[in-house]
Design a protein around this ligand. Structure first.
Ligand SMILES: *Cc1c(COP(=O)(O)O)cnc(C)c1O
Length: 383
């Protein structure tokens, strides 16, 4: 078993399979303990759940590293915790960061409000002008941050091109690939140095945990672990245990999310009330060719623009029965939200229009229900 490379489903369930001892539980045990008995006189590192060395924390870190194809990984108490730690691990006061302009709102605020306090300058690059990556490099530039696929337009960014520039200038490339999960896209295979994911989303997949993860080299993860011990973002053992249970079904869930996303996107594209559908699996999407080349699945996220605008959106949302109006995404249940009131509220109607998110835009996270039922619910709501 050990020599063969295992499939994603097997890895997500077993990590590295090993024979189990007689009478031990088949399901992972939960070590809901802050601390552990230490051998008297031992100078070995103590086990303490803030240190990330609780067995539940270690188990998911190992599995996630295998899924991303990284040397090591570490979990944090939230996706934002992961983003923050990954950045303070590479940036020092006076450094410069180049970031994609198409990023999660919380990440943008972290950069603008918090990195600024440490004297770290951030330049935003619009990825549809790829020559700006190279042009934005300064003497003090230390890293590039990119999110792909993006929220809520599902743009897919050409990492190979950015990785080439990062290598040329000796910069670290950090990638938030939350919307893909390691089943659909593994950034390290495209030259990234660090992967960040909000495990709250596909990794856990059940809308019942807040968690984050970082994958990278052994030495990078060691530095993140050092910071985590000091800044205190470790994941709670019970949350880690739930993430491990969620990860067992990651590959089969992604198969269904991918199928449902594509089915709903195709249905919506043919619907008279819908003016535009944003889904990388559709030929009409600006990044369809790249997405087809680099992704193993297009995911469950679909952007919908309704012809009749914001009022029509509210009427439709009030009629939905199966699809739930709630922020967040990537759980087993379908969720829908309006970026104008959630992720992109801060930038106002003109700001949103400028980046292609008009009022009347809906972000749909297709769950793993039967596609026909999701479509039937949307159909009746749009009548
Ligand atoms: C949700 C999300 C985050 C933040 O994750 P939390 O677990 O909510 O802290 C970061 N990046 C992306 C792309 C997300 O969707």
């Amino acid at each position: 078993m050990s020599r063969r490379r295992l499939g994603t489903s097997t890895t997500a369930i077993h990590g590295t399979p090993h024979r189990r001892a007689d009478w031990t539980p088949v399901a992972p045990a939960l070590f809901q303990s802050s601390t552990f008995v230490s051998p008297v006189g031992s100078d070995e590192e103590v086990l303490y759940s803030r240190y990330g060395n609780n067995p539940n924390q270690m188990a998911i870190a190992k599995k996630y590293a295998l899924l991303e194809g990284s040397e090591d990984a570490i979990f944090t108490a939230s996706g934002m915790g992961a983003t923050a730690l990954a950045h303070i691990a590479v940036l020092r006061p006076g450094d410069h960061l180049i970031s994609s302009a198409w990023i999660y709102g919380g990440t943008q605020r972290l950069f603008d409000e918090e990195l600024a306090r440490f004297g770290i300058d951030v330049t935003y690059v619009t990825p549809d002008q790829p020559r700006l990556w190279r042009k934005s490099v300064r003497k003090a530039t230390r890293a590039i941050f990119v999110e792909t696929p993006t929220n809520p337009l599902l743009r897919v960014i050409d990492l190979d091109l950015i990785a080439h520039i990062a290598r040329e200038f000796g910069l670290a490339l950090l990638v938030d690939a939350t919307f893909a999960s390691p089943v659909n896209f593994r950034p390290l295979e495209h030259g990234a140095d660090v992967v960040i994911t909000s495990a709250t989303k596909y990794l856990n997949g059940h809308s019942d945990v807040i968690a984050g993860a970082i994958a990278g080299t052994g030495s990078f993860v060691e530095e993140v672990n050092r910071l985590m011990r000091l800044w205190g973002q470790s994941i709670d053992p019970h949350a880690a245990w739930l993430v491990e249970r969620g990860m067992c079904t990651l590959a089969v869930r992604m198969d269904r999310h991918n199928a449902n996303g594509l089915a709903v996107a195709r249905w919506a594209e043919a619907h008279a009330a819908v003016s535009r559908v944003h889904y990388p699996g559709l030929a009409s999407h600006p990044d369809h060719a790249l997405a087809t080349k680099v992704l193993d699945g297009y995911g469950g996220m679909v952007g919908l623009e309704l012809k009749a605008g914001a009022r029509a959106v509210e009427r439709a949302l009030k009629r939905l029965k199966l699809v739930t109006h709630a922020p967040s995404l990537a759980g087993v249940e379908s969720l829908i939200s309006e970026p104008r009131l959630t992720s992109h509220r801060g930038i106002g109607p003109e700001g949103r229009a400028k980046i292609g998110i008009p009022d009347g835009f809906l972000r749909l996270s297709c769950g793993i229900e039967d596609a026909d039922d999701i479509i039937a619910d949307l159909e009746q709501a749009l009548k």
